[in-house]
Design a protein around this ligand. Structure first.
Ligand SMILES: *[C@@H]1O[C@H](CO)[C@@H](O)[C@H](O)[C@H]1NC(C)=O
Ligand SMILES: *[C@@H]1O[C@H](CO)[C@@H](O)[C@H](O)[C@H]1NC(C)=O
Length: 283
């Protein structure tokens, strides 16, 4: 690229040029790589594969998912949030609210600073550990929540469901939840497709080229008017060549023929006129 070559011949102007290129690039970058809200989760085992799986859930952040569960006279409301305070309880990923009593008793089922994430092609299993301890069950271990998130292209975020509460054993008790979401589908259609990302990158590069080149021509070379467009001479030449090429390809007759054809045209028009007049006269 011409701009790049000229940078090295005038080192004093280099920082300025770098900025003119960098600012549009940074602006474009923030469009493509939008911030995600999963970074507040702390993984129990800080592995790259767990982060990769967790990343797929990013569209589900910043939302309380609520489900009510009525079972054998007990009525609980469960609230789940991805990497955020469920129901506003600090550190909690899943909470259980006892809706029966006059004062709502809240129990933390799992915390998001003890997260695990396992996933396959069209599902993710999210595990929140280190909840409040059981009072009598399960050897008084800490509660934990399993949230099974399955691919369903029809819903962005489905309804949270309680599948099972396992507490009649010595240890390894758990609360199992289920949710549908298109976020965990292979090639999530709700996100930007590869094609549109390529398009955005293309548009960004064009913008960088135009803005950077324009500023360079205007402020450093000191060009005026149309000359301010980057590589103006090249594009003018390119446009002419394209026009020639199009002319050559698209025109059905040779250009030399056309003047002759045009010369004929007025004559035939006159004839037509006369013919029409002839028709008119008898009437
Ligand atoms: C979740 O619910 C709590 C309590 O109702 C609320 O304070 C908090 O803002 C909610 N969070 C989101 C992201 O909606
Ligand atoms: C998670 O948060 C709880 C409460 O905020 C805290 O007691 C605990 O030490 C934290 N655990 C980790 C692994 O950071």
């Amino acid at each position: 690229m011409e701009v790049g070559e000229q940078v090295y011949s005038c080192p004093s102007r280099r920082p300025f040029l770098v900025w003119t290129l960098l600012v549009p690039l940074v602006l474009c970058g923030s469009v493509v790589f939008a911030a995600d809200g999963i970074s507040s989760c702390k993984l129990l085992y800080d592995s790259k594969s767990d982060w990769t799986v967790l990343n797929r859930l990013a569209p589900l952040t910043n939302k309380n998912f609520t489900v009510e569960s009525v079972d054998e006279g007990e009525s609980y409301t469960y609230i789940f949030q991805l990497c955020g305070d469920a129901g506003g309880v600090p550190g909690a990923g899943v909470i259980q609210v006892d809706s029966k009593g006059t004062e709502k008793k809240t129990t933390v089922i799992g915390t998001y600073n003890a997260t695990q994430a396992i996933g396959g092609g069209d599902w993710v299993m999210l595990i929140y550990r280190n909840g409040d301890t059981y009072n009598v069950h399960c050897s008084k271990e800490k509660r934990k929540a399993f949230i099974m998130i399955s691919c369903n292209r029809k819903v962005d975020m489905g309804q949270l469901e309680v599948l099972r509460e396992e507490r009649e054993r010595e240890q390894d008790c758990f609360y199992l939840f289920k949710m549908d979401s298109s976020a965990v589908c292979p090639d999530p259609p709700s996100n930007l497709s590869t094609g549109s990302i390529l398009l955005i990158i293309g548009v960004c590069l064009l913008a960088v080229y135009l803005i950077g080149g324009f500023l360079y021509q205007r402020l450093i070379v000191g060009a005026k008017g149309m000359e301010q467009f980057p590589n103006y001479a090249f594009w003018v030449e390119f446009g002419n060549l394209t026009a020639d090429g199009c002319d050559f390809v698209c025109r059905s007759q040779n250009r030399e023929d056309s003047p002759a054809y045009r010369a004929v045209a007025p004559e035939s028009l006159e004839e037509e006129q006369e013919e029409r007049d002839d028709h008119l006269l008898p009437m």
